[in-house]
Design a protein around this ligand. Structure first.
Ligand SMILES: [Zn+2]
Length: 245
């Protein structure tokens, strides 16, 4: 099967959005505005066909800038940038959206959460945390907490990570939730006895302080390393690395 570039998924909704946008303007405005929008969009599609995704993204971004009604599309473009490893551009798109008024509370919250993901992907942890603190307790609380848990782990703030994992477990009404994570957070904090109450037969309880050497591969993300880590340096999952040589 031929792989479909996700940029194509952006193009179709843009066409619909521009039709709707055009219907709201008077005829003369429509003629000039529509031509510019479609010129940019056509150039973007052409760049896609030539497999020039940088050019395609620039053109689509220009088309979107001229078409401020396509909010969902802009959110999608921000997410696309992040997945392509371009968090700076995702930040640009999401900040530009947040700077616009009026925005509904719900959309603003979603954008702030996206922005927190962007900052996290860019390694700007303090801004990611500030963004999460802007969210009010509500519908996005679980997603915000889950992202905050990632954030604390990336910064090795194990006590904070433990607190958040406990909150998530309580919110899910599941005492087993995040059990492996909580076990390792306690081990990182030097609380082996409390960790053993969660998982009494975990090999880490018997392990020495020196890491096991040899080729290890992560079963979650495929990361390879010459020594063992309890937390994969590639995907940050716990207990994913296995000795293969
Ligand atoms: Zn991994």
């Amino acid at each position: 099967m031929i792989p479909i570039d996700p940029l194509w998924l952006l193009v179709l909704p843009l066409l619909f959005a521009m039709g709707w946008f055009a219907a709201r303007l008077d005829f003369r405005q429509v003629q000039s505005q529509q031509r510019t929008d479609f010129d940019e969009l056509a150039a973007g599609v052409e760049a896609l066909l030539e497999d020039n995704s940088q050019e395609a993204m620039d053109r689509l971004l220009a088309a979107i800038r001229q078409n401020p009604e396509a909010l969902g599309l802009q959110k999608a473009l921000g997410r696309y940038y992040r997945q392509k490893g371009l968090p700076d551009r995702a930040i640009e798109v999401h900040l530009a959206l947040l700077g616009r008024t009026p925005l509904s509370d719900s959309l603003r919250e979603q954008l702030v959460l996206e922005l927190a993901h962007d900052y996290m992907a860019a390694g700007i942890f303090d801004r990611a945390e500030q963004s999460l603190d802007l969210l009010r307790p509500g519908t996005l609380a679980q997603q915000a907490l889950a992202l905050k848990l990632d954030l604390m782990q990336r910064q090795r703030r194990w006590a904070d990570a433990l607190t958040i994992a406990q909150q998530l477990s309580q919110a899910a009404n599941d005492p087993q939730a995040y059990r492996i994570e909580r076990f390792h957070f306690l081990m990182e904090l030097g609380e082996a006895a409390k960790a053993a109450e969660l998982i009494s037969d975990h090999p880490r309880l018997q392990a020495g302080s020196e890491p096991v050497l040899g080729l290890h591969v992560c079963g979650v993300c495929g990361f390879q390393t010459r020594r063992h880590y309890w937390q994969c340096p590639g995907c940050h999952s716990w207990d994913g690395l296995h000795l293969i040589q």
